[in-house]
Design a binder for this molecule. Structure first.
Ligand code: THU
Length: 133
């Protein structure tokens, strides 16, 4: 996991950010992630006149992940309209956790972190397993 090309991942996130539809918040976001099979998936935020149903960039990213063959997320970064790295919001950390390879890395405002560091003691698929009830 040491050979992640963060510069390239950030570039893809910035390209996604350029496609954001954020006329209400005027806060554009782009996200990109490396997948376990080597492909890269990305997404941008897509807002709505009904503000509460706007989609974060990570929604598009996980949709592309599923639509292009699934797999596990290995590394992730998201950026704002000023091309600064930002933190994924709380809900989106949960979206990422669902598809994270154990030990998945995120580039964050405080450096490289693991998914477990940014979403400790996460509720996840294992909590729903029959034998854990
Ligand atoms: N946003 C994202 O796309 N991802 C995040 O992780 C943080 C927030 C979007 C949602 C909304 O369109 C805008 O940023 C302002 O909150």
């Amino acid at each position: 996991m040491t050979d992640i090309d963060w510069d390239h991942l950030r570039l893809v996130a910035n390209e996604a950010m350029e496609r954001a539809y954020a006329p209400y918040s005027r806060y554009r976001v782009g996200a990109a992630a490396l997948v376990s099979d080597g492909r890269i998936v990305s997404g941008c935020n897509v807002e709505n006149a009904s503000y509460g149903v706007g989609l974060c960039a990570e929604c598009g990213l996980v949709s592309e992940l599923s639509m292009t063959g699934g797999g596990r997320l290995v590394a992730f970064v998201c950026v704002n309209g000023d091309r600064e790295t930002i933190m994924p919001c709380g809900r989106c950390r949960q979206l990422l956790f669902e598809f994270a390879l154990p030990g998945m890395l995120l580039e964050t405002v405080s450096g490289i972190r693991t998914i477990d560091e940014v979403l400790p003691d996460a509720f996840g698929p294992r909590d729903l397993e029959e034998n854990r009830r």
